[in-house]
Ligand binder design. Sequence first.
Ligand code: CA
Length: 169
Amino acid sequence: MKILIVEDETLLAESLKTLLEAKGYETDVVYDGKSGLEYAGLGIYDLVILDVMLPELDGFQVAKRLRAAKCGTPILMLTARSGLEDRIEGLDAGADYYLAKPFDSRELLACVNALLRRQGSQVDELTFGNTTLDLSSGTLICGKENIRLSAKEFEIIRLLFRNPARNLS
Ligand code: CA
């Protein structure tokens, strides 16, 4: 499981990284909204932890643009702003859950687990045209043909299938 952390407060970003890696998750950290949008758009993450107050682009904008680009990765929004209006704006922008700072690390981990579980049970295959990728077995199926992919092939095909409308380098 790979998690993207978009947080401009270096100390908080580091402690999130440490916390999640201790639980066995792989993490990448970026410190502004523009990089967050680029990284999250790659489609290689199982979850994005997204701060709201960010340089370049705020978290609401990042979430909106990701959803507009048909990126379905779950988003856990993290912010010091805990007013009702902000929570609603975050959810409207496409966040799946909203956690106000300061939060308890156990609460954060519970949210992460819940969102990842939901993601796992919802998406067990990806389809493009007449071809289906079975995510649980790593098999590519087209009509009667099916191919068991290597780990690298699986990562590449999954990335392409999750971003059908984009050119990827
Ligand atoms: Ca911030």
